[in-house]
Each structure stands twice: as structure tokens, then as C-alpha cells.
Write a protein that binds this ligand. Structure first.
Ligand code: ATP
Ligand code: MG
Length: 392
């Protein structure tokens, strides 16, 4: 009998001829996620993926695997040759083990699946048989088919499987199945979540950050690095480009109307990001913008910001409320870092009364006072690049 992690994937199973490609990607992503734990066999069979646990720590494996995009759920199962006596015995041991771990377990239910139709008992018959056996051989526990404290699962396939847990994955598609996009990563709550959501659709990401050093501190920069590292748990290794926006902000401050500072900086950020993106094989930009959240995110402001670039801009948070974005940030583990109180480049020259209903022609006129192309090129010439990996 072996201990295995059973990994289920939903959506990729629907991809017709591409199915194999998606499955192979998922296998290699799972492999990457656990490779530092030692030699572990990851393989697919019958529309599922398995990891042999051998003598490794189960929790170390499941903690990592459940964060791999494309996985719907996973279970830690016992696998053995199909045999009814053996199924009863393993199911009983499983129930006893769980009861020993948790004394609150007072009711159970057996759920069965018969994938191998040659097996003489139907699913319901297996459940009834095993359920009866468990009742006979345990004390202080009863059957509750509607709301059981624990479900013992039995599956009859090429082999028999018994398990009692189901850990939810994030769903989505395996990373690397859908091109690459460049995330505008601030130190705030929203942009890491935006990057995560797009990554979840299989898109590889890189990130670009704008700072106003020395007006913004090294600690603000550290914070962005930390956020990038958290993202890399899900999105793998990626590059973080850092741009000093200060020379541009100074020019705007000198030559343009004060209330247009934010929207003009935003247009510069987008254009710089687009140029860096094109040079690095990215086909879209990602931002954490959400309608109406701040002055620079009214629909009119979004229009003016968007008009600065040709590349598609993905805004996965566009219609989400802040509380829901915050909840997601907590779930993926970026929230605590995002709320650390370090200044952002945008706050350095924050106008007292920013425009909330900018007009594109008016804004473009203001830009006529600036040598936009030179400013963009100089900013990119001074760009720093950092490789983000989990290890450091
Ligand atoms: P966030 O929480 O992501 O900082 P926010 O609510 O503070 O968002 P804004 O500051 O208006 O909103 O920024 C909107 C989006 O513009 C951000 O989600 C991010 O994608 C991008 N952005 C803003 N500031 C920066 C920055 N300093 N570096 C990189 N991208 C930025
Ligand atoms: Mg911000």
C-alpha cells in the first residue's frame, strides 16, 4: 500500500486536443513547487496527477501543491490493489486515525466512486457495505448522511483509494500556458492581488515598480521586494524592474498644472511599462485599478490613463469592492506586507485637489510642455532589474 497525493484539475480537462499540453505543464509546475523537498515522483494517470509521498512530510507537500494554479482539489490517499476486504480494513483504519486526531468526530458517512465498471458492487453498494463494517467495528460514532463530521471516501479505479480529506486548490490554469504580462506593482494592497489573479489564468508575470528615491525610502523598496517574493510562490521566478520616477515628477511639477500631477504621472508609468513590456516579450499590462476607488480611478481618469498605451491593459479588480480585494489579499498572503506604512512614489507630489474628470485633449496639451519621449527613455536607461526567487 502506498501513500499518495491525488490531484484533481477541472478546467484543463475540457481543453480538447490541448489537454495533454495543459496536463504536462501542470505536472511540471507541481514538480517545481516541491523540487526542493527532495526526490518526489509526480505523474499523471487517468485524468489525475499523483505525487508519491514515500517517506516525505505530507504537509510540506500539500502546502506547496495546493498553491499551484490549475488545481481544483487534492487529497492524501492510501492506494492499494482492489479488494473488498482490504477496502474495509483500510477505511476502518482511516476512520480510527481521524477519530484519534479529533475527538469531536461523532458522525461519519462513506462516499464511493466506482470508475472501474467491472467491479461487481455499484457505488452505493460499496458505501453501504463499508459503512456497515465501520459501524460494527467502532464505538461512539454514528452515520449521518446529510451533515457528517467526516466523510470516508472510497474509489475503485485501476487501484483502490481511500481518503478522508479534500483540500481546495485555487483552480485556474497552469502557469506558462498563456503568454506573459507585465504587472505594475506598487506597494499597495491592490496590485499584488491583480497580478495573482492574472497569474491564475496561466499567464506568466513580470513586474515593474516606480519609486521616487531618495524621497521614497529603502524600506519602501524592500516592501515591494517582499510582495514580489510572495507572488513568486504562485507565479514562479520573475523579473522586477525598478524605475525612478522622480526626474519625471520634478518636470511635471515645474511645467504642468498642479492638479494634473497624478494623472500625468500615471500616463508616464503606463508608457514606460509598455516600452519595457514590449522589450521583454510581454503582451499585456496588469494594474490594480478599480472603478472609483480614488480620483485617478474614475472612469474618465481610466480613459485618459488608458489612452496613453496601445498594449491591452488587464484590470482584474476593476469591478471589485475594496473589502473583497482585501479579503483576497489576506487569502494569498500579501495583505500584512501591503499595509506596512511606507510612502509610495505617488504620494510624494500629491496634489491637494487632483482632477477627477480629466479631459484627454487638456491633459495632452499639458504634456506638450514636456519632452515625453526623452523623459521615458532616460527613465528606462536608469532602470534596475532584480531577479525574484523564493530562496533569497
Ligand atoms: P495599489 O493598492 O495597487 O497601490 P491603489 O489603490 O493605491 O492601488 P493607485 O495608487 O491609484 O491605486 O494605483 C493604481 C494602480 O497603478 C496600481 O494598482 C498599480 O497597478 C499602479 N501603480 C500605482 N503606483 C505604482 C507604483 N509606484 N509602481 C508601480 N505601479 C503603480
Ligand atoms: Mg497605490
Amino acid at each position: 500500500m502506498e501513500n499518495v497525493v491525488v490531484i484533481r484539475y477541472g478546467e484543463i480537462a475540457l481543453k480538447g486536443l490541448n489537454k495533454r499540453y495543459f496536463e504536462d505543464k501542470l505536472v511540471s509546475q507541481i514538480h517545481n513547487a516541491i523540487s526542493d523537498l527532495g526526490k518526489l515522483r509526480v505523474y499523471k494517470a487517468h485524468s489525475r496527477i499523483y505525487v508519491d509521498i514515500d517517506n516525505h512530510n505530507v504537509n510540506d507537500i500539500t502546502e506547496r501543491v495546493k498553491k499551484v494554479f490549475g488545481i481544483v482539489s487534492l487529497s492524501v490517499a492510501k492506494r492499494f490493489e482492489v479488494d473488498m476486504d482490504k477496502i474495509r480494513e483500510v477505511a476502518l483504519q482511516e476512520l480510527k486515525d481521524r477519530m484519534e486526531e479529533n475527538s469531536n468526530i461523532k458522525t461519519f458517512k462513506v462516499e464511493s466512486k466506482r470508475a472501474d465498471k467491472r467491479f461487481p458492487l455499484k457505488s452505493l453498494e460499496i458505501s453501504r457495505d463499508v459503512g456497515g463494517y465501520l459501524l460494527e467495528n467502532t464505538d461512539n460514532i454514528s452515520v449521518d448522511v446529510h451533515n457528517p463530521d467526516i466523510v470516508i471516501n472510497v474509489e475503485v479505479r485501476d487501484k483502490a483509494f481511500v481518503f478522508s480529506n479534500k483540500i481546495k486548490g485555487f483552480g485556474g490554469l497552469p502557469l506558462g500556458t498563456n503568454g506573459k504580462a507585465l504587472l505594475l506593482l506598487s506597494g499597495g494592497i491592490d496590485s499584488p492581488v491583480a497580478g495573482w489573479l492574472v497569474g491564475k489564468r496561466g499567464v506568466e508575470i513580470e513586474a515593474i515598480h516606480f519609486h521616487s528615491y531618495p524621497f521614497t525610502s529603502d524600506r519602501a523598496k524592500e516592501k515591494v521586494l517582499d510582495l514580489a517574493k510572495i507572488l513568486s510562490i504562485y507565479c514562479g521566478k520573475f523579473k522586477l524592474y525598478s524605475i525612478n520616477l522622480l526626474p519625471i515628477q520634478k518636470e511635471i511639477n515645474e511645467k504642468c498644472p498642479e492638479q494634473e500631477m497624478t494623472i500625468l504621472s500615471r500616463r508616464f508609468m503606463m508608457q514606460i511599462a509598455e516600452k519595457v513590456g514590449v522589450e521583454n516579450n510581454c503582451d499585456a499590462l496588469i494594474t490594480g485599478e478599480s472603478i472609483g476607488q480614488v480620483a485617478s480611478q474614475t472612469v474618465k481618469s481610466l480613459y485618459v490613463t488608458n489612452a496613453s498605451v496601445d498594449m491591452p491593459v488587464f484590470r482584474p479588480l476593476i469591478a471589485m469592492d475594496k473589502v473583497d480585494i482585501m479579503a483576497l489579499a489576506e487569502k494569498i498572503g500579501t495583505y500584512e506586507t501591503s499595509i506596512l506604512p511606507f510612502e509610495d512614489c505617488c504620494t510624494v507630489f500629491l496634489p491637494k485637489h487632483p482632477v477627477t474628470q480629466p479631459k484627454l485633449d487638456r491633459i495632452m496639451k499639458s504634456e506638450d510642455a514636456l519632452d515625453v519621449e526623452r523623459l521615458i527613455d532616460e527613465a528606462i536607461e536608469n532602470m534596475e532589474v532584480e531577479k525574484i526567487t523564493l530562496e533569497d
